[in-house]
Design a protein around this ligand. Structure first.
Ligand code: AGP
Length: 612
């Protein structure tokens, strides 16, 4: 969603801020802005609705912003429409303090009304403006910026990551966070704040994660972090494993395509360090002692594509562990009064590790004494830090809003967990264990084989990109896979699509099938192929055009019913969706390309959803 970058150093700040904002563009935004304090204490602000190019053209046309300390922001509107006034940074009415903010201030109206009564004039519709007006109010009262910041933090309710500049303290930048990510970067030319590590990779890989209620004070050569009692906090500086090239397009026309193509490598990196001499070794769980003892119920909690992984996980975990497992949407789970306890394992899946609903579900689980295992891609993210045990997917930075390589690596890791745990519980036979381990080891090469057929997916997409509605059907793991295929298509191509359990068609949906309706029939799950075939015949006989997705084994069964057929290599059934999703990703990508959509940054969407 919104993005923050800040710099305090020995170089002119403006280009560093704009460059940082460009790296945050992928998160989704509708306006952008920067604020810089000159050494003489002049607070200069430029902000505008629209893409960064608009801001850049203002910056080049008008008087250059001078100064080596500044904050920048990309805004994704929540309170108040996307326009110049509502864009960040916001400045108080005294013109002394500027603030950029991610998150939502829940009690902003109450604070706003009380400030209005005190004669303070507001110029935007945002919740953020109350932060800066309140800061100036307290600053005027106490004449001390830190006192003012702590007063504000006590008064506001909600989620925030913020960067603060004050014209009276021209060498200083302040930052604070609660329930929204914020990192501090330690560079050779100065120090940084950022809401996302990708904004920092060009400057430094040395970072520390700000914790809730901490306040950071940054200058060109020093970073001090204070806890909620204003005591100096001891922080660990981490080295981020990602490099800057991993967050660049590297010759591809879109990040999404690059990330689809990176899947063999991402899967390899996720698997390789965890298989030794034919055994799955999850060190993180080995070190967690009796963490997995006496589990009687499992909930997999996540949002969007990560939830679809959870659906696949439900089938796989129940089969391998014989423990009742439910996949839950995080946004529903937290309000459904789940009954949890010491014998419940809650698995939270999240690429970003910052999704607010998933985070809230995690906290609810911990509050009720459940054990929390997370599967996360971003090291040091909030979900990773608050979980009892974390299994990292080693997918590297994922920039495109539509997830691809994070999804496949999450699936792989969940299967590895199921097999590892199944063996510990002695509920998986030696033969099946060996077959799945072999299947895992073959995955990167088999994914590559699917990717090598890219032209075929491109040609099929070119034939069907004009359909206004698409149905995905499948059974069991294919049903879960269809949910992901359908989401991929709708989020980037804006085509209406739905995924149905094929056996459910007759209970209502089949009434929507008419001559020419496009149906993508997922038929990779061999144990139910005959049943899936019947469902394909049902839609076919009502005039549907069927694109089939099958394996080398199932293709002969359905080929006569499919107008077009994608055939993928066969692998152990629990791993089949890892291969099955690749054609669906490429199909969605090329349909969106044919329709001229903004593939990496689809309308209304953000990469990481840090609001409810
Ligand atoms: C999928 O393409 C989406 N970008 C979205 O559904 C995403 O998977 C969801 O918002 C969860 O994000 P997370 O994995 O970062 O928690």
């Amino acid at each position: 969603m919104c993005g923050i970058i800040g710099f305090a150093g020995d170089k002119e700040a403006v280009s560093i801020l704009v460059e940082g904002l460009k790296r945050l563009e992928y998160r989704g935004y509708d306006s952008a802005g920067v604020a810089i304090v000159s050494p003489e204490g002049e607070l200069q602000v430029k902000k505008s609705k629209g893409r960064l190019a608009v801001l850049e053209s203002h910056l080049s046309e008008e008087k250059p912003l001078r100064g080596k300390i500044g904050i920048g922001h990309t805004r994704w509107a929540t309170h108040g429409e996307a326009n110049d006034q509502n864009a960040h940074p916001h400045v108080g009415q005294e013109g002394k303090i500027a603030v950029v903010h991610n998150g939502i201030i829940e009690n902003y109206l109450e604070i706003k009304n009380s400030l209005i009564k005190k004669g303070i004039h507001f110029t935007s519709d945002t919740d953020t403006e109350v932060i800066v007006q309140l800061l100036e109010y307290y600053y005027k009262k106490y004449n001390n910026l830190m006192d003012a910041v702590y007063k504000v933090l006590h008064r506001i309710k909600g989620a925030y990551a913020m960067g603060i500049l004050c014209s009276d303290c021209p060498g200083q930048m302040l930052a604070a966070r609660k329930d929204a990510p914020l990192l501090i970067g330690y560079g050779t030319d100065g120090n940084y704040i950022a809401s996302d590590v990708t904004a920092l990779l060009a400057h430094t890989r040395k970072v520390t994660y700000l914790e809730d209620d901490e306040v950071a004070v940054l200058t060109a050569d020093q970073v001090q972090i204070f806890d909620s009692d204003r005591c100096l906090a001891e922080k660990i500086i981490h080295t981020v494993a990602w490099d800057v090239a991993a967050a660049e397009k590297g010759g591809y026309s879109h990040f999404m395509l690059k990330e689809i193509m990176e899947q063999p490598e991402a899967v390899q990196k996720t698997i390789s360090p965890r298989i030794m001499e034919g055994k799955i070794c999850l060190e993180e769980l080995e070190q967690a002692g009796d963490f997995l003892e006496n589990i009687t119920r499992i909930y997999i909690v996540a949002c969007g594509s990560a939830y679809h992984v959870g659906m696949i996980g439900k089938y796989t975990l129940e089969k391998m562990l014989h423990i009742p497992t439910e996949a839950c949407l995080a946004s529903e789970f937290r309000y459904s009064e789940p009954l949890l306890g010491e014998s419940t394992l809650v698995i939270v899946i999240s690429q970003s590790g910052e999704t607010l609903d998933s985070m809230a579900a995690l906290r609810e689980a911990k509050k009720q004494g459940a054990k929390v295992l997370s599967i996360v891609n971003v090291m040091g993210s909030s979900i990773a830090r608050e979980s009892d045990v974390v299994l990292y997917t080693w997918a590297g930075p994922e920039i495109a809003v539509a997830t691809t390589k994070a999804y496949t690596t999450q699936m792989v890791l969940l299967v590895m967990f199921a097999v590892y745990y199944g063996e510990r519980l002695q509920r998986i036979g030696e033969k099946e264990y060996g077959e799945i381990v072999n299947g895992l080891l073959q995955l990167p090469e088999k994914i590559q084989r699917v990717l090598d057929d890219v032209d075929e997916f491109q040609k099929t997409a070119a034939k069907y990109f004009n359909h206004s509605s698409v149905f995905y059907i499948g059974r069991n793991l294919d049903y879960a896979l269809g949910l992901e295929g359908s989401l991929k298509l709708k989020e980037i191509s804006y085509i209406h699509s739905e995924s149905y359990a094929a056996g459910e068609l007759k209970h209502g949906t089949i009434s929507l099938i008419e001559p020419g309706t496009l149906v993508i029939a997922l038929a990779t799950y061999a144990p139910l192929i005959e049943k899936t075939l019947s469902n394909i015949v049902e839609v076919k006989s009502r005039g549907a055009r069927v694109i089939g997705l099958a394996t080398e084994e199932t293709a002969p069964v359905i080929k006569d019913q499919a107008t077009d057929l994608f055939v993928i290599p066969k692998v152990h059934p629990v791993l089949q969706p890892v291969l099955g999703v690749v054609p669906l990703q490429l199909y969605a990508y090329y349909v969106a390309l044919n329709r001229g959509c903004d593939i990496d940054k689809p309308r209304n969407l953000a990469k990481s959803v840090t609001v409810e």
